[in-house]
Structure formats: structure tokens, C-alpha cells
Design a protein around this ligand. Structure first.
Ligand SMILES: CC(=O)N[C@H]1[C@@H](OP(=O)(O)OP(=O)(O)OC[C@H]2O[C@@H](n3ccc(=O)[nH]c3=O)[C@H](O)[C@@H]2O)O[C@H](CO)[C@@H](O)[C@@H]1O
Length: 360
């Protein structure tokens, strides 16, 4: 019997790729052949190409890749139409038994093509409210998995399940000692890791750097700044180590960190929760997004996992106050996080996906 194929799709930002990255090897272990449909030159091509060089990657037309999700993407019917024609061709050749979509603009024509060819389509939504791409794609899906229970109010409930967050296995097995070696800090201070989402955040980068002296007096700082955002002028500051985007180093750095300051992207915050790291979240504002991070952050605050500082309030004094509070409430945060339900493993998520496939 030949292997059945599953097509994975999703991209635009790492938040739309990391689950695919986690389930891909698990689906292979279940005996499926995996191929990926993403955009040409998108972050998904880089991540999947680096982690799985033997997995076929089909690049389709997806319009301009913007750093921020923009409605303008959808006013370009020619590119979407082009993506649809390309997707139909790829699906005809690969004859997949199912399509799993993690969302993002590029996934829309793939999901539509899947529906036209009567291939089961499974969608995953990791934020409290669905992104625009998933909203468009949902009517074409057979099933929708969500991370948050609250999302079920925003999706067709008759074909949706809140399955919880999924954490990449390798994140759970990092080593604080290796993280320490990587950073080379030689001062006995708590370690604060700063992450501005997968692309870095100019606002957070600026806020940290403008008070670097005060902050490095209290913490050793690991700063994940986003591609191209390291500042060579700060390379020699004691207790400050910058990285633009880390891959294999991330588990060690996260295990080494005592505290986190971060954007409130869904994947990131569940990773910090799984590792029981007290976190200060600075969600992306409504000005520049649909407000999904504000909702993610608020749910974490309510459950006692995080403190939240809104962008509009991000001043030197407020940041400093919030960090003092984060440190003094450490025990409470850790206790609350210990009591939280465990995330799903990638193997469990892969089994859910496989459950939608008709066995031959
Ligand atoms: C600007 C934007 O559109 N943000 C959205 C995007 O965020 P973004 O792409 O930042 O996604 P997340 O915060 O959910 O996930 C980022 C992922 O990148 C990883 N990582 C990050 C930095 C690094 O150096 N190395 C690394 O591997 C993290 O471990 C995590 O797995 O998708 C999220 C999930 O749909 C949404 O909640 C966010 O609102």
C-alpha cells in the first residue's frame, strides 16, 4: 500500500508555521507522506526548508508578503486567483488524503482548492478571535481546532473543537546550563528574556534599549530582537546579549530565563506557560492589529499567568514598576502555572488530524 499524503499549509509569520513544524514529524511517524504549500520567500519557506530539507515545498503566489497582516492583500484577486490555480494543480498531482491549515494569507487558496476537490480540510486557529485568513477559509473547512475555549463563540460551533495549545517537544527539553554558556553572563543576576514575537518588536526593542543601563543593573538580559534588528553598538554591554532570530538555541535560552517580557502571540505565551516562566506581556495594540493579542493577554492575566502592560502605557517608569511586581509575585505566578492544564503534545495533535482521514 502506498503512503497517504497530507498537505500542510500556513505562513506569513512564524506564528502560522510553528504548529506545522511540530506536527510534521509526528504525522510522518504515523506513516504519512508530507508536503508543504507556502508562499515564495515567506518565513514558512525558510523555517520548513531549514528544519525539514527533505520535505517537498510548493511555493504559490500569495500577493505581497507584508510584515503586518493587511486587508489590502485580499484586494488583489489576480494573485489569489493565481494561488488557487496553482493549488489545484499541486493537489491534483499529490492527491492528498487531507489538508491541515495553520492560517495566514497563503493558506486561503489552498483551503478553497481543497474544498473544490472534496479533500478533507482541517483548520487550526490559535488566537481568541480568528484571523482574517481563517475567517475566509472556515466555510470551506471540515473541522476547526482552536486553542482557546472562548474562540468557539467566533467559529461555526458545529464543526469546531477547542483542543488546547500544542507545544513543540524540543522546547520542553532545553538546558539552562547550555543557555548560560551561550550568553556568557558572569554576573549573578536573574535572567530576563525579551521576545517581540517572531518578527521582533521595534517598540519593545526601543523601550528596552532606552533604559538599558537601569535594566542591566537588575537583570542579565537576553534580547531576541527580530531579523536585522541587533544593534552592533550594544554588543559589548555587560549583561546584555542580543540575537536576531533563534532556532535551535531557543529551548536552552527559555530554560535559562527567569522572567519574560513579550508580545502576546498565542504560540509564544503558551510556550512560556508550559515552562512556567512569569511573564510581562505587552500586546500589539488595536491600532495595528485586530486586537487578538489584547484578548490573549487578558485571558492570561485573568488566570494569574501574566502581568499586562498596554503599549499606550509603556513608559520607563511603568515598565520598571511592572518588572518589580513581576519579580515580587514570582511564587504566585509559578504556582498558578503549575496548576494549569498541560498543553497537547505534537503527537496528540497529529493523531487528531489523522482522525479526519479515511483509511484506504
Ligand atoms: C504581528 C503579528 O501578526 N502577530 C501575530 C503572529 O505572531 P507571531 O508570528 O509573533 O507568533 P507567536 O508569538 O504566536 O509565535 C512565535 C513563534 O516564533 C518562535 N520564535 C520567536 C522568536 C525567535 O527568535 N525564535 C522563535 O522560534 C516562538 O517560539 C513561537 O513559537 O501570530 C500569532 C499567532 O497566530 C498572533 O497571536 C500574533 O498576533
Amino acid at each position: 500500500m502506498t503512503e497517504q499524503t497530507i498537505i500542510l499549509t500556513g505562513g506569513g509569520t512564524a506564528g502560522h508555521v510553528s504548529l506545522n513544524q511540530a506536527v510534521l514529524p509526528e504525522l510522518q511517524k504515523l506513516g504519512f507522506h508530507i508536503e508543504y504549500i507556502g508562499s515564495k520567500g515567506g518565513i514558512e519557506q525558510e523555517i520548513i526548508g531549514e528544519a525539514f530539507p527533505n520535505t517537498a515545498y510548493h511555493a504559490i503566489s500569495s500577493g505581497k508578503i507584508r510584515r503586518y497582516f493587511s486587508r489590502k492583500n485580499f484586494t488583489d484577486p489576480f494573485r489569489v486567483g493565481g494561488g488557487l490555480v496553482q493549488s489545484l494543480g499541486i493537489l491534483r498531482r499529490t492527491k492528498p488524503a487531507a489538508i491541515f491549515s495553520k492560517g495566514g494569507f497563503v493558506s486561503v487558496p489552498v483551503v478553497m482548492a481543497g474544498r473544490m476537490m472534496k479533500i478533507p480540510v482541517i483548520i487550526h486557529e490559535s488566537d481568541v478571535t480568528p484571523g482574517l485568513a481563517n475567517k475566509i477559509a472556515m466555510p470551506f473547512a471540515d473541522h476547526i481546532y482552536t486553542v482557546f475555549n472562548e474562540t468557539l463563540a467566533h467559529v461555526p460551533a458545529e464543526k469546531a473543537t477547542a483542543s488546547g495549545a500544542v507545544i513543540r517537544d524540543e522546547l520542553l527539553t532545553g538546558s539552562a546550563t547550555s543557555g548560560k554558556e551561550l550568553c556568557g553572563f558572569n554576573r549573578e543576576l536573574p535572567v530576563l528574556l525579551i521576545m517581540g514575537g517572531s518578527q521582533g518588536s521595534a517598540l519593545i526593542n526601543q523601550a528596552i534599549r532606552s533604559q538599558l543601563e537601569a535594566l542591566t543593573a537588575r537583570f542579565n538580559i537576553i534580547h531576541l530582537c527580530g531579523k536585522g534588528n541587533t544593534d552592533p553598538a550594544l554588543a559589548d554591554v555587560a549583561g546584555y546579549r542580543q540575537f536576531d532570530y533563534v532556532t535551535t538555541e531557543l529551548p536552552d535560552l527559555l530554560h535559562y530565563a527567569d522572567y519574560i517580557v513579550s508580545r502576546a502571540g498565542s504560540n509564544s505565551i503558551f510556550e512560556f506557560l508550559a515552562l512556567e516562566k512569569p511573564m510581562l506581556l505587552i500586546p500589539l495594540s488595536k491600532e495595528r492589529s485586530r486586537g487578538d493579542q489584547l484578548l490573549n493577554a487578558e485571558l492570561f492575566r485573568k488566570q494569574g499567568f501574566a502581568r499586562v502592560l498596554e503599549e499606550e502605557e509603556l513608559t520607563a517608569d511603568r515598565l520598571s514598576e511592572e518588572l518589580v511586581a513581576l519579580v515580587s509575585e514570582r511564587e504566585t505566578f509559578v504556582r498558578n502555572m503549575e496548576a494549569a492544564p498541560s498543553p497537547k503534545t505534537a503527537a496528540e495533535m497529529a493523531a487528531l488530524i489523522a482522525g479526519h482521514i479515511k483509511k484506504r
